[in-house]
Design a protein around this ligand. Structure first.
Ligand code: N01
Length: 913
């Protein structure tokens, strides 16, 4: 729990989804098993032909771009025999092919290089903030020469298929010339944007002019001088190419289907001081990149856009605009990636910039984007919008006049025909899965990758896929990949693969294969994370939406480069859990994790991600800390998400038995009197405060249209039992007695709380009954503490690993009670009360993965038996505390809305009777 403070930092990063926390879900969820297989020793005569006559390697790598080259280097250094095949006439991958005019990187050059070698870092110098394609290609060649990589690369050699031979556990890879090569490990390093998308437009073959795709640009200079040029597509490639082509072309016609957000790159030559400083501090910079959201050494603000005034936002957006970083605008506020309202503020800012830049209002109107900013890769430009002020450039809006046909002399939309000499397709790629599926890969049982992924991508960590042993993808689908600085992600994958191969060698493992259960969980998790953000709400190539017939799914892991690295490292540190390791030697099958794994299949993926993040962040367990430190670390606001607006929020203090009690009053707009909920936060009577439940209280107040009075009662161990209940009761009495002053209807007061707060709420209800105190019409008990005992099944099942642990509960109770005897007091353990009759109707929520589940449910049963009307709901897939996390866990939001609808019903009922 305490690691939450650190998690805040991560959270803040727009995309990163509010998630974090606790323990070893993976340990239980995804198991590692070692299966023995009987290795068939084959004599020469029974050996398949291919095996006898083919070249054999430990590893075959396909592709000689950034990923293939680094993979080659690491494999060779680790002592594996390796061969790289590259279809192109030279190395460079994406940077070999994408040589269209204006092509350059969108990550600052000084961070867009390999980080593994000090020597490479020191010997290379970038010329500008965003290097041009030819300079990046020069860099790649420099690295290849420096590390003497070319000798293991066979150029102009296309791989036409790869097939896993189950009998000998080898990959048989067929080359274009028909020859077969054999390898133990098959590593397609084919890039993620290497399968060009040329739309199937009628008449495309008839065009008599020159036709190009930005992703397969020719080596010879294309002469645009005086030509009538058409460009289809305004993504990153189009936006880079259009201003450059416009400078040369006789006339340029841009055919735009979807207008894009884009901000200026402010590219400039790099001065030697910047270069020197970066090199000097590269160790620290690298660390920041590795633990960051996107693989760059910067992060998002922790502030929400709604917390600032429009003027302040404008100032912040303007500063980011001037910075010219790929993520500058996205990082201005923590909620841009999550909240439509926050997103609209930055979208509006960019639209106003376009309006100011483009002179012709009609053209400016056509250029206005209207999807959620950041749900496509942000685009940097150099004079893109200014280009539309040129006489020789016109913009055609394909949304109003779609392309009907490509003709021999040009292109015809539903409106007009355009004569063109050159037509440029800047129409993007069949991203992430496309390059892999083009390889004709066949795994076990004759199943091809295309068949396996026909209805959706299934990978484990984006590195492996079940049914395809010993195959490793680099920056594959369902990894951070295209959402990140690719080089950082490439290095992380390659390093992980090398460590894995070393482990296999050491343990004499012949084959490693992802488990189907593990990849199902991973797919669910990737989806859940994307669904927390706005990313999956836009039709983009991230979603596969640009390719006809491609399954619609978010294709990357959106939880961030740093958290992802931690997850991969955890998997490795636990002996590659989630994988099956096939060993040649006799070993026993280890399936210890099975039971917990099948249980964890029911754990909500968003909750799981929260748990994983918190585990990844590490830190000492709360129960080992002094209370002040535990309190300081328990900041839940990142998980709560942005606070919603409420009519009025008033902080004040009221008089309590031990001094002033701070309260926060959330009031709806309009005239009262309103019904009220007196709310007690959880935190084991030791941690927690008004901030902890600020977001939930706002939501309940808005959804119920009631006043919520949140109470900051005294905490233990400074104030032991019964201080907290005395304050809690005093606050309820104050609300009833001073109802008029805060516009509360004294006949419609409910109490509620979560965890220890749920304990206080029901104890207040008991005290009110026992002392003829305020009339309470409803008690809302969210996974309440009801008994000072630790021997229930739910304690046993959820002892450790699901946010609240047994050790933490013991620590809380020990701080709260003066002695063991207090634990038997019904005002501490209401489940032990002799008489629960006469209490207000209860609404009890419990969570499946919560040590407190059983005592909450037992209490609900006892209330029922005492004649108290009870509604009881168990959120089966949830963890303790989930109502504090509505920003990260959808069901937290649902539970709060459930509370609100129950309260509303109660209040309405009381009003009408
Ligand atoms: O491709 P895209 P891209 N008729 O898919 C349009 C990376 N990259 O090559 O949006 C008409 O983004 C399509 O329209 P719509 C970077 O990650 C990096 O530009 O589908 N139009 C869109 O406008 C980037 O995100 C750099 O409605 C059609 C465009 O074509 C990724 O590559 C530089 C159409 C395609 O945009 C892809 O960028 C370049 C049709 N039938 C690329 N089909 C750097 O700076 C498609 N379009 C490092």
């Amino acid at each position: 729990m305490l690691q939450l403070l650190k998690s805040l930092t991560l959270f803040a990063i727009g995309l990163q989804l509010a998630l974090y926390d606790l323990l070893q879900v993976y340990e239980s969820s995804i198991y590692r098993k070692v299966i023995t297989f009987s290795y068939i020793t084959r004599g020469q005569s029974t050996m398949p032909f291919a095996e006898q006559h083919s070249k054999k390697y430990d590893a075959i790598v396909i592709g000689a771009g950034f990923s293939g080259l680094y993979m080659l280097y690491r494999l060779r250094e680790a002592g594996f025999s390796v061969q790289v095949y590259e279809a192109a006439p030279d190395i460079g991958g994406t940077w070999y092919f994408n040589r269209y005019p204006g092509a350059r990187c969108d990550i600052e050059s000084i961070y867009y290089n390999y980080t593994f070698s000090e020597e490479l870092l020191n010997e290379w110098e970038w010329s500008s903030k965003y290097a041009e394609q030819h300079e990046i290609l020069n860099y790649i060649n420099f690295v290849a020469d420096k590390l003497d990589l070319r000798k293991d690369i066979q150029l102009q050699t296309r791989v036409t298929s790869a097939e896993y031979n189950e009998e000998n556990q080898k990959w048989e890879i067929e080359l274009e010339n028909g020859s077969i090569v054999i390898a133990t490990y098959f590593i397609p390093a084919v890039g993620v944007l290497s399968a060009s998308n040329i739309p199937n437009i009628k008449g495309i073959d008839q065009f008599k002019g020159a036709l190009y795709h930005t992703g397969e640009w020719p080596h010879e200079k294309v002469d645009f001088k005086g030509k009538r040029v058409g460009v289809i597509g305004t993504g990153s490639s189009g936006i880079q190419a259009i201003p450059v082509i416009a400078q040369e072309a006789g006339h340029l016609t841009v055919f735009q289907r979807t207008p894009q957000y884009s901000s200026p790159a402010h590219n400039h030559p790099l001065d030697s001081e910047t270069i020197h400083k970066t090199k000097e501090n590269f160790n620290e910079i690298r660390e920041t990149m590795y633990t960051s959201m996107h693989g760059v050494p910067s992060s998002a603000s922790t502030r929400a856009a709604v917390q600032d005034t429009p003027e302040e936002r404008e100032r912040i957006y303007e500063k980011a605009w001037q910075e010219g970083g790929l993520f500058s605008l996205l990082y201005t506020y923590s909620d841009i990636a999550f909240s439509p309202e926050a997103n609209e503020t930055v979208a509006q800012f960019i639209r106003s910039k376009i309006n100011k830049t483009v002179h012709d209002p009609e053209t400016a109107k056509k250029l206005m984007p209207n999807f959620y900013y950041g749900t496509k890769r942000p685009i940097l430009n150099t004079d893109y919008f200014e280009t539309y002020n040129r006489e020789n450039v016109s913009l055609i809006d394909l949304r109003t006049a779609p392309i009907e046909e490509i003709t021999p002399s040009g292109l015809r939309t539903s409106d007009l025909a355009y004569d063109l000499d050159i037509l440029v397709f800047a129409t993007g790629f069949d991203a992430l899965t496309g390059p892999l599926l083009k390889l004709n890969i066949q795994g076990k049982n004759g199943v091809t990758l295309n068949e396996k992924w026909a209805d959706g991508t299934q990978t484990y960590l984006g590195i492996a896929t079940s049914g395809f042993p010993n195959m490793f993808m680099i920056t594959g689908p369902q990894s951070p990949s295209v959402l990140s600085n690719m080089i950082v992600s490439i290095e992380q994958h390659v390093d992980w693969i090398i460590d894995c191969l070393a482990y296999l060698k050491e343990h004499e493992v012949e084959a490693i294969e992802a488990n189907a259960e593990a990849e199902q969980m991973w797919a669910k998790q990737c989806k859940a994370i994307a669904d927390m953000t706005l990313l999956s709400k836009t039709d983009s190539w991230y979603m596969g939406a640009n390719i006809e017939g491609k399954p619609r799914e978010f294709l990357a892991f959106a939880g961030g480069v740093g958290p992802y690295r931690q997850i991969c490292d955890q998997v490795a540190s636990k002996g590659y859990e989630g994988f099956t390791l096939l060993s040649a030697s006799q070993q026993t099958e280890d399936r210890k994790g099975d039971k917990t794994m099948s249980r964890n299949a029911n754990l909500d993926p968003q909750a799981r991600f929260v748990l994983e993040q918190l585990e990844a962040l590490g830190g000492p367990p709360m129960e080992t800390l002094p209370p002040e430190e535990a309190r300081a670390g328990a900041n839940f606001s990142p998980l709560a998400g942005p606070p919603e607006k409420v009519g009025h929020v008033t902080n004040k203090t009221i008089t309590g038995p031990g001094g002033e009690i701070p309260v926060r009053i959330y009031s709806p707009e309009g005239e009262g009197p309103f019904p009220a909920l007196v709310y007690y936060h959880g935190g084991g009577w030791v941690i927690g405060d008004l901030e902890t439940v600020d977001v939930p209280c706002r939501r309940i107040a808005n959804q119920t249209n009631c006043i919520v009075v949140s109470v900051d009662y005294r905490l233990a161990p400074e104030h032991k039992f019964p201080a907290a209940i005395e304050d809690a009761y005093a606050a309820a009495k104050w609300v009833a007695n001073d109802a008029d002053s805060i516009q509360v209807d004294p006949n419609r007061i409910a109490v509620g709380g979560d965890s220890a707060g749920g304990n206080l709420a029901t104890v207040v209800a008991m005290m009110a009954r026992d002392k003829s105190g305020p009339a309470i019409v409803r008690q809302i008990l969210l996974y309440p503490v009801t008994n000072h005992t630790f021997d229930t099944n739910s304690y046993e099942e959820n002892d450790d690993g699901y946010f609240l642990t047994t050790a933490m509960m013991k620590w809380f109770w020990n701080h709260y009670l003066r002695d063991e005897k207090d634990g038997e007091n019904p005002y501490a353990s209401p489940l032990l009360a002799d008489d629960l009759s006469g209490l207000p109707p209860a609404f009890v929520i419990t969570a499946g993965f919560d040590p407190l589940r059983d005592e909450g449910e037992a209490y609900a049963e006892r209330l029922k038996a005492a004649g108290v009307p009870v509604e009881k709901t168990r959120y089966d897939s949830m963890i303790h505390g989930f109502c504090w996390m509505p920003g990260a866990i959808e069901q937290g939001k649902n539970a709060l809305d459930h509370v609100a609808s129950t309260l509303k019903r109660t209040f309405d009922f009381v009003e009408t009777t």
